[in-house]
Design a protein around this ligand. Structure first.
Ligand code: NAD
Ligand code: LMR
Length: 338
C-alpha cells in the first residue's frame, strides 16, 4: 500500500503549490485498529473534526479500503492509510494524538479480563511504537481490559524512558455517555443536559457512577439508584448479549471516543476549563491508577480532580471497586515485568 495513495493521483495533475493542501492548522492524529468495529466509525468522526489536519489510519487488515472510502469525505482533513506492522512507524511518526481501539472484543459469557491474553500483547507492541515514533503524543487507550491495558502502556513507556503520566488516558467516556443517557431517561430530560461523574475503572463493579453528584442536582429513590447503578455497570454486557456473538459496543464507543478525542484536541489547542472522566495515573486513592474527573490541558491530564463527597452507598461501591481494580492493575504490571 502506498500510504499516501489518496493524494498521489491528484498530485500528478498540478504542482503542489496550486492545490489546496487540506488541513488548515490543526493536529496530526493516528487511529490504531482503524479497520475495526470501533475504528471505522471513529475514523469517520475524526475526519469530520476541524481540529484534525492529518488522520493516519493503521490496522493489520483492510486499511486500504477504509482509507479510500473515508478520504472521499469533503472535509479538509488529509487521510492516509497504513497496513501491517512494517508500516506502524510511518503511521505514528509526527503524531500529536494517538487513539487505540485495536484488539479483540468480548463475546457473550466473557469478562473483559478474558481478553487480557490477546490484547495485552497488542497494546504492548503498539505502545512500543508510540514510544519510538511519537513519544510526546497524547494517547487515548480504548482496548480492553482498560483496567490492565493502561498500566501495561505505562510500563512500556517507563521502560522506553518516555513515560509522562499526563499523556496516557484510559477512555471511560462510554460509561459517562451511558450514565447520562440512563439517568436522563429516568428523569425525563434531554441527556445533553445531564452530567454524571463515573469513577473507578472500566469493568463491572469498578464502574462507579456517582449519582449523588449528578448535575443538574437531583435526587433518586433507593430503587432508582439500584436500577441505574446496575444498568451503568452492565451497559457493555447489555450490548454484548444483544449482539449475540457479533462483538461489543462499537457505534456508541466510536461516539464516546470521538467526544473524548475532541475534548483532548480542544485542550491541546489551549481551550480552558475542559473536564472529562478518564482512567489515569492518580493519587486520589491508594491505587496507582483510577478514573475520576480530570482537567485536560495542552499536555493532557493537567489536573486530577478529587472524588468529592460520597454517600454511604457510593463508599461501599468504592471499596468493592478498589479491590477488583487493584488485581487488574497488578496483573498488567506483572505482564510487563515477567
Ligand atoms: P474489532 O475486532 O471489530 O476491531 C479490532 C481491530 O483491531 C481489528 O480491525 C483488528 O484487525 C485490529 N487489530 C488487531 N490486532 C492489531 C494490531 N496488532 N495492530 C493494529 N490493529 C490490530 O473490535 P472492536 O469492537 O473495534 O473493539 C476493539 C477493542 O475495544 C476491544 O478490545 C474492545 O473490548 C474494546 N472496547 C473498549 C471500550 C471502552 O469503553 N474502553 C468500549 C468498547 C470496546
Ligand atoms: C463496553 O463497555 O461496551 C466495552 O468495554 C466493551 C465490552 O466488552 O463490554
Amino acid at each position: 500500500l502506498n500510504p499516501q495513495m489518496e493524494e498521489s493521483a491528484s498530485s500528478a495533475l498540478r504542482p503542489a503549490a496550486c492545490r489546496a493542501k487540506g488541513g488548515a492548522p490543526g493536529f496530526k492524529m493516528a487511529i490504531l485498529g482503524a479497520a475495526g468495529g470501533i475504528g471505522q466509525p471513529l475514523s469517520m468522526l475524526m475526519k469530520m473534526n476541524p481540529l484534525v489536519s492529518v488522520l493516519h489510519l493503521y490496522d493489520v487488515v483492510n486499511t486500504p479500503g477504509v482509507t479510500a472510502d473515508i478520504s472521499h469525505m469533503d472535509t479538509s482533513t488529509v487521510v492516509r492509510g497504513f497496513l501491517g506492522s512494517q508500516q506502524l512507524d510511518a503511521a505514528l511518526t509526527g503524531m500529536d494524538l494517538v487513539i487505540i481501539p485495536a484488539g479483540l472484543p468480548r463475546k457473550p459469557g466473557m469478562t473483559r479480563d478474558d481478553l487480557f491474553n490477546k490484547n495485552a500483547g497488542i497494546v504492548r507492541v503498539l505502545c512500543e511504537g508510540v514510544a519510538r515514533c511519537c513519544p510526546d503524543a497524547i494517547v487515548n487507550l480504548i482496548s480492553n481490559p482498560v483496567n490492565s491495558t493502561v498500566p501495561i502502556a505505562a510500563e512500556v513507556f517507563k521502560k522506553a524512558g518516555t513515560y509522562n503520566p499526563k499523556r496516557l488516558l484510559g477512555v471511560t467516556t462510554l460509561d459517562v455517555v451511558r450514565a447520562n443517557t440512563f439517568v436522563a431517561e429516568v428523569l425525563g430530560v434531554d441527556p445533553r443536559d445531564v452530567s454524571v461523574p463515573v469513577v473507578g475503572g472500566h469493568a463491572g463493579v469498578t464502574i462507579l457512577p456517582l449519582l449523588s453528584q449528578v448535575t443538574p442536582p437531583c435526587s433518586f429513590t433507593p430503587d432508582e439508584i439500584k436500577y441505574l447503578t446496575n444498568r451503568i455497570q452492565n451497559g457493555g454486557t447489555e450490548v454484548v448479549e444483544a449482539k449475540a456473538g457479533a462483538g461489543s459496543a462499537t457505534l456508541s464507543m466510536a461516539f464516546a471516543a470521538a467526544k473524548f478525542g475532541d475534548a483532548c484536541l480542544r485542550a491541546m489547542k489551549g481551550e480552558a476549563g475542559i473536564v472529562e472522566c478518564s482512567y489515569v495515573a492518580s493519587q486520589v486513592t491508594e491505587l496507582p491508577f483510577f478514573a475520576t474527573k480530570v482537567r485536560l490541558g495542552r499536555g493532557g491530564a493537567e489536573e486530577i480532580l478529587p472524588l468529592g463527597p460520597l454517600n454511604n452507598f457510593e463508599r461501599m461501591g468504592l471499596e468493592m471497586a478498589k479491590k477488583e481494580l487493584n488485581e487488574s492493575i497488578q496483573k498488567g504490571i506483572a505482564f510487563m515485568n515477567k
